[in-house]
Design a protein around this ligand. Structure first.
Ligand code: ADE
Length: 249
């Protein structure tokens, strides 16, 4: 079944351009997902097609008007629900939200611009609000693209090889282990011997130890507060080094 993603944005060409390359394009060509953009500027009545205005109560910047957004939502009869606004004050997007959205038939993303969206538009037509992180972008378009790419690549058939979704970062709650490709030596830096040993069991153990070590040092917040399991503790003792042995220099 095709995942239908609609985006309400003042910059449809930004979304369409990015979606017209790489994995998103290939997945759309295979019928994995479909993008439709709606520009709220088309739902204005004044000659200047005004979508924003100054904030009541004063303050810097401009606020997106409620009417063009609400009219856009109501004018698309088959608009997929939920309607999700991209805003720094939304709930935090992560891999589990990506999985949640990938399990739906479709959804609509509403991109803000300027200082925000009139609260009455959010109250009238928006079901959920999502932030992609604790930083402020100039608009929701980049955030929408992050959400779209993270979700679409989880759909069956989106990637060449379905396994690459299973083993990657976050699917097991850990950061990704280091990867290597040919040559076996680059500027004196060697690929860890275990990866060239052909011993798949040992490779899997080494990778888990590296993923654990990375997660402990970079993102301890991701680890279980109960501490490591006995098996994981043994793995860390079995592979005490970060990466492989390296020559000096
Ligand atoms: N719009 C502006 N900043 C954003 C953020 N961090 N996440 C989602 N949408 C945004």
């Amino acid at each position: 079944m095709t995942l239908q993603i609609d985006v309400i944005t003042l910059f449809p060409e930004l979304l369409e351009h990015y979606a017209d390359a790489t994995i998103l394009k290939r997945a759309a060509d295979k019928g994995v997902w479909r993008l439709r953009c709606h520009d709220p500027r088309n739902e204005t009545d004044d000659p200047h097609r005004t979508v924003d205005d100054t904030p009541f109560g004063g303050g810097a910047g401009m606020v997106l008007r409620a009417e063009p957004i609400v009219r856009t939502v109501r004018s698309v009869v088959d608009l997929p629900r939920p309607v999700i606004a991209l805003t720094p004050s939304g709930r935090r997007f992560d891999q589990s939200v990506a999985r949640e959205l990938a399990a739906t038939d479709g959804f609509t993303l509403l991109c803000g611009r300027y200082e925000g969206i009139d609260q009455r538009a959010l109250d009238a037509v928006v079901d959920d609000e999502i932030s992609i992180g604790d930083f402020v972008l100039a608009g929701g378009e980049l955030a929408a693209l992050c959400v779209i790419e993270a979700v679409v690549r989880l759909r069956p058939g989106a990637l060449g090889n379905d396994e690459s979704v299973v083993e990657e970062s976050f699917s097991d709650g850990l950061l990704e282990y280091p990867q290597y490709t040919k040559p076996a030596e680059f500027e004196g830096r060697l690929v860890p011997d275990v990866l060239r040993s052909g011993d798949h069991g040992r490779v899997a153990h080494w990778r888990r130890a590296q993923a654990l070590r990375r997660t402990m040092s970079r993102r301890p917040d991701l680890l279980d507060t109960d501490g490591l399991s006995e098996a994981d503790r043994r793995l860390l003792l079995e592979f005490p080094e970060e990466n492989g042995p390296q020559p000096n220099g």
